[in-house]
Ligand binder design. Structure first.
Ligand code: PHE
Length: 345
């Protein structure tokens, strides 16, 4: 029977369907499956054949239609998932940019502080973060019952209840590096000690259980408070601009005498008063003072021959002022939206 033969021919044709694009697939669909397509035409013819043939031919015809539909669908899927071939790839197009990464704002500012002081002869000294009470407190003239040694401030790694062995703790300031340098070398000493420090504080926008410091120490013959003031003025102007002014307020630290806290004229309002400086025109940035003779003697330096000054600042605080970061937590959350803002710095 002619119809049966045509169906069989078309069935073998279906297996040989080929297409390289969606357009070619659509052309196949139209040729075979549309209303006037080859297969539809056979359905029309089917109506005219003898009753006794209908069952067999009908099945065959349905098989052909299903095979054609399936083959077209398979071709469509294979084209969808095919990688864009060389013909449609523009090899001259500029590539997508590769992110270069950025330096962390605290690293940028830490390096800037180091650069400023290295121009006037300071070099960097580093020491361990896990320290003992001797280097962090005792040699720095902290009395045995000083509150800073207390659990509330200090993270202890181990503590000897009998007070025979030294307590092991996370350093609460990098002054511990200064004691190590004083113990191991004689003046002149002119060092900066940058590094991470730990204090047992609840984490909030304004406090964290760790932060970063840069401390400085200068010991030589005839070092005076005027030298300290001039050095800090130089630093403030280099860091925050030529118009920056400083003011020193009396303060107390166990390891310096006299001691002071230094404010700079608010670099946000220029000193006229704003929310940031609480309308005072000044913001505190560091602690400083003349090294207490007790500290020099405890570290093996003759306090009759030598004097010295020390200062210490929080890198986070300087960074907040420079880049106006309002929440300390941003520095350790590693949110790329925050970090990307420092790409060009
Ligand atoms: N070590 C002090 C602190 O952590 C800062 C400081 C350093 C003050 C040197 C005076 C002199 O707060």
């Amino acid at each position: 029977m002619a119809l049966k033969q045509r169906i069989q021919e078309l069935l073998s044709e279906v297996d040989r369907f080929k297409a390289d694009s969606q357009e070619e697939i659509e052309a196949l669909r139209i040729k075979y499956l549309s209303k006037k397509g080859d297969i539809s035409v056979l359905f029309d013819e089917f109506r005219t054949i003898a009753k006794e043939d209908k069952r067999e031919v009908g099945q065959l015809l349905n098989q052909l239609k299903a095979a054609a539909q399936e083959r077209i669908e398979t071709l469509r899927q294979s084209i969808d998932s095919k990688p864009v071939d060389a013909q449609t790839t523009d090899l001259t197009r500029t590539a997508d940019p590769i992110g270069l990464g950025t330096r962390h704002p605290l690293s940028l500012v830490r390096q800037e502080i180091i650069d400023i002081f290295s121009r006037i002869g300071f070099s960097v000294a580093e020491g361990p973060e896990i320290e003992d009470d001797e280097h962090v407190f005792t040699l720095l003239n902290f009395p045995p019952e000083h509150p800073a040694r207390d659990m509330q401030d200090t993270f202890f790694v181990s503590r000897d209840p009998n007070r025979v062995a030294r307590d092991v703790l996370l350093r609460t300031h990098t002054s511990s590096v200064q004691t190590r340098v004083m113990l191991s070398q004689q003046p002149p000493i002119r060092i900066l000690s940058p590094g991470r420090v730990y204090r047992n504080e609840a984490i909030s926008a304004r406090a964290h259980c760790f932060f970063h410091q840069v401390e400085g120490l200068y010991i030589d013959r005839n070092v005076s408070f005027a030298d300290l003031r001039q050095t800090l003025l130089y630093f403030a102007k280099e860091m925050f601009g030529e118009d920056t002014q400083i003011r020193l307020r009396p303060s107390y630290f166990p390891f310096t005498e006299p001691s002071a806290e230094m404010d700079i004229s608010c670099n946000i309002c220029g000193g006229s008063g704003c929310g940031f400086c609480k309308h005072t025109g000044w913001v505190e940035i560091l602690g400083c003072g003349m090294v207490d003779p007790n500290v020099l003697e405890a570290c093996g330096i003759d306090s009759k021959e030598y004097t010295g000054y020390a200062f210490g600042m929080g890198v986070e605080r300087i960074t907040n002022l420079k880049y106006r970061v309002k929440d300390l937590r941003m520095f350790s959350e590693n949110d790329v939206r925050f970090l990307r803002q420092f790409e060009s710095c």
